[in-house]
Each structure stands twice: as C-alpha cells, then as structure tokens.
Write a protein that binds this ligand. Structure first.
Ligand SMILES: Cc1ncc(COP(=O)(O)O)c(C=O)c1O
Length: 380
C-alpha cells in the first residue's frame, strides 16, 4: 500500500502506539480523583500538556486539551464571542476548513456579521481587504496557518500586526501546519491556535487549543471544572498521553521529516509535470507546505483517478477528507479562481513521515498510465 493522504490523517507512530498501550494497561484512574490512582494520571496528563506546550513554545497553563482540531476551533471562536458579547463582527478567510467556516455560518445565523477574506490565485489572503473591514466591533480574526488542500502558508504575522492595531485578537488553525513548519506562538504573535493529534502521528480524538495567558474565554460545553474550567468532561487520557508523545517526537524530528519530505515531494512534482501533459499545479509555488501537492487534470473527474489509483493500492484524495463524498466541488479551489471543471479534476497527494522513495517511484510509474487510460475512456 502507498499512503499519500497524510493531510486526511496520519498513521500512528509506533512509539506513540507503545506509549498508549503501556498507559491503558496500567492506568484507569480519573485525573480528577484525589487519591494516588487519579493523581498519577493527572501527572501524566500534565506531562503531555508540557510536551504539546513545548512543541508550540507555549506555557503548559496555556494549553487546553479538546477532542479534536474542530473542537479547538469552535472553542476559540465561540468562546471568545461569548466572552465579548457586545462585539458582533468576525473575520475569517474564504478557504478555511469547515471547522472554522461552519462556525462562521453559525455565527451569521445568530446575527453576527462575518467578513470572508478573499484569496489570490495562489491562495494568499488579501491583507488590504482585512484592513478595510476590521473595526473595534470585531471580536476575532481567524486565519489558518497552512491550507489543508493546497498547502499555502498564510502571512499570519502580518494579520496579527494589523489586528493588534485595533486591539483585536487573532486565532490560527494550525492543524495542517503543526509538524510541517516552525509553529511557535511567540514568533507568530498569535493569541489562539488549534492543533490536532491525528495529523501528527498521534491518536484520533485528541486536539488542543493554545490560549495566550490573560485572554478571557467562556466554555462552550458546560459541566465540570476540567481543563482549567474551559473544557468540561473527563479527559480522554489515553488520547492525551498519545498526543504528548507525538508532540515530543515532533519537536525532536520535525525538521528532519520536513527536509526528507520536501525532497520526495519535489521529485514527485517534477516527475509528474514531466510525465503528464496538461497537468496543472494548484497553490503557491513557494509559500507552501511542500509535502502537500494539489494538481488538476482538466477533463477528468478526480474521483475516477482516485478510484483507479485505489485499485493499485495507492491512496490519495480529491480534496479535503471532509468534503470528499459530498459531491461538492472544493470551495478552496473555487476561491482561487479555478473553473468548476478544473476544481472537480483536482487530486491532492500529501506525504508523511512513513513515505519512502519507493512510494514516490511507484506513484510516478503508475499515475501517468492511469491518466492515459482515463483520457482514452473519457475522450479528453
Ligand atoms: C486545517 C484543518 N483544520 C481542522 C481540521 C479538523 O481537525 P480534526 O479532524 O481533529 O477535527 C482539519 C482536518 O482535516 C484540518 O485540515
């Protein structure tokens, strides 16, 4: 099997698997319990929090564990909205993940005004538009750090500079950036930042929100006092322990991973461009996560390519896993100005820690033939 869909999810790192298994075998205590069984688990959750915080250059007390990147995004946006009820405007980009976009729609349905920043043909947001719509009535600006479909890296430091002039906090969805580029809260200047364990070789069901010290947020769920009173519910302890280990590994190895993956991705990109006529690359040529590759094959439906590759045990995606199967064309590619036809012929290949040179060579050997066959079949 060749797995080239690492932006959808990543396999567990075997070191994470081991850590989780050892933990669940030995510990069932509730971290809120005051006797040793609970205290021990609380200590391990704190260690995991330390690891996630260290990977982001944050303090341990600034990390709230959630069930997912989606929940972290919701908590950031809705939690801040609720903390400043007098402010009724929200700014985000038109190419966010549904975790942010659907939360924006929810706000609109509840009477908020939402401004969607347009992007250029490479996926970079329009900073002048941001300057023209931001106001003291804005409660938050939320712009993703790296896009999940095309990998474009947004100018978050610039967004922060503009927003802070108005005293407006900034959140970034760093779910796809974490582990693939330097993500440090202080150099970004960010106030809130979301990450997810299953995108960094950790388990599903664990995410985290960084909240800069001093920023006031209200909980979105209501219940106990877990997670500093911001995320009630007994903690997903094994998920959190796994996330901590994934973050530890990532802190030590992300640069090595990135350098290796960039070389593999370059080889895949130039190999495909050489071998397949009419292939069109989508995204920014430079400012992007290089291990995310998005191409259009005009005239061919992406699903047909995906399924033909799947029969050869090569797994790729037609866009984000969340819109796949919905029949919807990618809102990201349409926002870049692609036609319906170009957008519906787009394939995403995303590389990860466990991909090898053989994976790339095999894909280069198979994909051009698949495209030729389909072009004959579709007469394009
Ligand atoms: C940019 C981005 N944000 C948020 C999410 C949602 O994360 P999770 O699957 O942990 O809810 C994803 C997952 O695809 C993503 O790519």
């Amino acid at each position: 099997m060749i797995y080239l869909d690492n932006n959808a999810t990543t396999p567990l790192d075997p070191r994470v698997t081991e850590k989780i298994i050892a933990f669940i075998k030995e510990h069932f205590g509730n971290p809120s319990s005051l006797y040793p069984l609970g205290r021990e688990v609380k200590g391990l959750v704190t260690e995991a929090r330390e690891q996630v915080a260290a990977a982001l250059g944050a303090r341990r007390s600034e990390i709230i564990f959630t069930s997912s990147g989606t929940e972290a995004d919701n908590l950031a946006i809705l939690g801040l909205a609720e903390a400043q009820p007098e402010k009724r405007e929200f700014i985000t980009s038109s190419i966010e993940h549904p975790a942010v976009l659907e939360t924006a729609r929810y706000l609109e349905a509840h009477g908020y005004t939402v401004h969607y920043l347009p992007v250029d043909q490479t996926g970079l947001i329009d900073l002048d538009f941001l300057k023209s719509v931001i106001s003291p009535n804005t409660f938050l600006v939320s712009v993703m750090l790296a896009n999940n479909e095309i990998g474009t890296i947004e100018p978050i430091e610039e967004v922060v500079k503009i927003a802070h002039r108005y005293g407006v906090p900034v959140q970034t969805d760093a779910v796809q950036a974490f582990g693939k580029m330097e993500v440090k809260v202080d150099s970004l200047g960010i106030d809130l930042l979301s990450v997810s364990a299953h995108k960094v070789y950790g388990p599903k069901g664990a995410g985290a929100l960084y909240i800069r010290k001093g920023l006031d947020l209200k909980p979105v769920l209501h219940g106990g006092h877990q997670e500093f009173g911001l995320r009630p519910g007994t903690e997903n302890t094994s998920g959190i322990i796994g996330f901590g280990e994934a973050a530890r590994i990532l802190r030590e190895e992300w640069q090595k991973d990135r350098n290796r993956l960039e070389k593999l991705a370059d080889r895949l990109k130039s190999g495909l461009e050489k071998r397949i006529r009419g292939i069109k690359f989508n995204g920014h040529p430079e400012k992007r996560i290089k291990s995310t590759l998005n191409f259009s094959f005009p005239g061919l439906p992406a699903e047909a390519i995906l399924l033909a590759l799947a029969t050869r045990e090569i797994y790729v995606s037609t866009g984000s896993a969340c819109t796949e199967g919905s029949g919807e064309v990618s809102h990201v590619l349409l926002a870049l100005g692609l036609s319906q036809e170009e957008a519906s012929s787009a394939l995403r290949l995303s590389l990860g820690r466990f991909n090898t040179e053989q994976d790339i060579d095999q894909t280069l050997a198979e994909l051009p033939g698949v495209i030729d066959d389909l072009r004959r079949e579709f007469g394009s």
